[in-house]
Design a protein around this ligand. Structure first.
Ligand code: S3P
Length: 178
């Protein structure tokens, strides 16, 4: 079974949404973002979901949202950084399409995420330390789930999107056929 979509995973601040939108434009694919689908379903933003219902509920919504993408094609799917935490999700991600993990150095991640307050898990007294610990916990999950790893620390978004689109097409030419 050939991959039908391109799936972007990776830590917060690796650029999954921005790079994903550009890759979708290059390929003529639709762009979807699981965090966006979750906020639409829940009728509220992510910090509110965490504050009102807790992380476990958010994770349930994340799993449901991912399941709802089954049997889709010609999409670039950007995901939330914690989606790899569940084994079921990791299986689902792999079956959805060509899995690409975006990575970045911790100093780069910190610099990128410190610009906004929309990530409840990073609202701690020591966000840099939190990032360090979370990256340690998750790095192997991203690497094990992905077929292709891309370090986003030093390249522009368009160049990264072109790299991913090119890699996807050279591995899976059938991605472009309808
Ligand atoms: C999370 C990442 C966020 C969002 C939620 C939890 C995580 O998505 O899903 O705040 O656990 O890493 P981004 O990776 O798009 O910031």
């Amino acid at each position: 079974m050939f991959p039908q979509n391109i799936v972007l995973i990776g830590f917060m601040g690796t650029g999954k949404s921005s790079i994903g939108k550009r890759a979708a434009r290059i390929l003529g694919f639709r762009f979807v973002d699981t965090d966006h689908l979750i906020t639409e379903r829940a009728g509220m933003e992510i910090p509110q979901i965490f504050a009102l219902h807790g992380e476990a509920h958010f994770r349930d919504l994340e799993t449901e949202t991912l399941r709802s993408l089954e049997n889709t094609s010609h999409q670039v799917v950007a995901t939330g950084g914690g989606i790899v935490l569940r084994e079921e999700n990791r299986r689902q991600l792999r079956s959805l399409g060509f899995t690409v993990a975006l990575t970045a150095r911790e100093d780069v991640l910190f610099e990128r995420v410190s610009r906004n307050t929309k990530r409840p898990l990073l609202q701690t007294a020591d966000p840099q330390g939190t990032i360090h610990n979370m990256v340690q916990e998750r790095a192997a999950l991203y690497a094990d789930t992905a077929q292709f790893l891309v370090d986003t620390s030093d390249l522009g978004q368009q160049a990264l999107a072109e790299l991913i689109a090119h890699e996807a097409l050279s591995r899976f030419p059938s991605l472009t056929s309808t």
